[in-house]
Design a protein around this ligand. Structure first.
Ligand code: ADP
Ligand code: MG
Length: 324
């Protein structure tokens, strides 16, 4: 890259501040050297963001930096992990200093909120593409998996669903609250850690509730009953829907069931744990709603509040479908 790759790393990708004690070598050496705390397990994940696929092309650079890290922190949250370190690979069409400045601000803003240190990475020229890896810890034996749900467990979700999908659907831009939800998803780190002591299985919702709950169910060959009228919707979702005019109810239902990018947690929990779990999440605070029940019979069966069955029109986002 013409304007010195090393200059770019020094200016935009060298973490501010003294850094974490468990980073023995970080950005600037040939590789990072990291000390995993005793009695902990290391949790590692990686996600790539491609312009036009994972975010609209006109997305603000600060939002791209934020979201690239946020989606990884969401995966750590879904394992019940506490985040610690991250690595970052950026492929850029050119060395636009303004872009880099804003990207870096978005990335480090979120990193510092969770005491996550950038410990290395790579930089190359090409079509815009961001890959982030995140690393966290769980006390040995306490991680949550997709596997582990039992028939009779409640199916719960944090926060609200469909906001990011509605922002995309309405083509919202800039400062619209729903667009913020798409650009700056909140990784549910504190909830993920708190749920270690209650949940039997957990996953984060990146591709839509139906698609991601299905992954969780497949892990044990189970099924679920889902009450579609109880799926949590935010105040912003409801008012944007009102503004969009009448007749949007089935769109709203399908977005809450199937739209991606919300990065909420979906987890299962024995009924007996419900009250304690709700108190714990309320103290964070993190909203939580019980939306269904695990059943023996594979598949997801959706019901309306009048008891009728409901067939969603789509299931969720997939990069490769059968016709590809
Ligand atoms: P090498 O040529 O040995 O692979 P690089 O020149 O790619 O090393 O990187 C030099 C140092 O800068 C390494 O510590 C690397 O981890 C770090 N680094 C490179 N790109 C980034 C980036 N985008 N973000 C953070 N650190 C980076
Ligand atoms: Mg080297």
């Amino acid at each position: 890259m013409a304007a010195s790759e090393f200059e770019i790393i020094r200016r935009f990708f060298t973490p501010p501040g003294p850094g974490r004690n468990d980073v023995l070598a970080g950005v600037g050496d040939d590789a990072a050297l990291l000390a995993v705390p005793p009695d902990s397990e290391l949790v590692v994940c990686m996600d790539t963001l491609v312009a036009g696929v994972h975010f609209p092309k006109e997305t603000a650079p600060a939002a791209i930096g934020y979201k690239a890290l946020a989606v990884n922190l969401s995966d750590l949250a879904a394992m019940g992990a506490e985040p610690a370190w991250t690595t970052l690979s950026v492929t850029l069409p050119d060395n636009d200093m303004d872009w880099l400045e804003q990207f870096s601000r978005g990335f480090f803003g979120l990193a510092s909120r969770y005491n996550v240190q950038l410990v290395g990475g790579d930089i190359t020229r090409g079509p815009l593409n961001i890959t982030v890896q995140a690393h966290g810890f769980v006390p040995a034996g306490q991680a949550l998996y997709r596997q582990g749900a039992r028939p009779g467990d409640l199916v719960c979700v944090t926060g609200s669903l469909g906001d990011a999908g509605l922002a995309l659907h309405l083509g919202l831009t800039g400062e619209a609250p729903l667009r913020k939800r798409l650009d700056y998803p909140q990784p549910r780190i504190e909830a993920g850690i708190a749920l270690r002591q209650y949940a039997s299985a957990m996953i984060d919702i990146s591709d839509g509730l139906l698609a991601d709950l299905d992954h969780l169910l497949e892990a044990d060959g189970l099924g679920a009953l889902l009450r579609v009228d109880e799926l949590p919707r935010s105040a912003d979702f409801l008012s944007a829907l009102d503004a969009a005019g009448p007749g949007c109810e089935s769109l709203a239902r399908d977005l809450t069931l199937s739209a991606g990018d919300d990065y909420e947690l979906c987890f299962c929990i024995p009924e007996l744990q419900r009250v304690a779990m709700e108190e714990t999440l309320a103290s964070i605070p993190c909203a939580v709603t019980a939306v269904g029940v695990i059943e023996e019979e594979p598949g997801i069966r959706c019901y309306r509040k009048d008891g009728s069955t409901y067939t969603p029109s789509t299931t969720g986002y997939q990069h490769f479908n059968r016709t590809d």
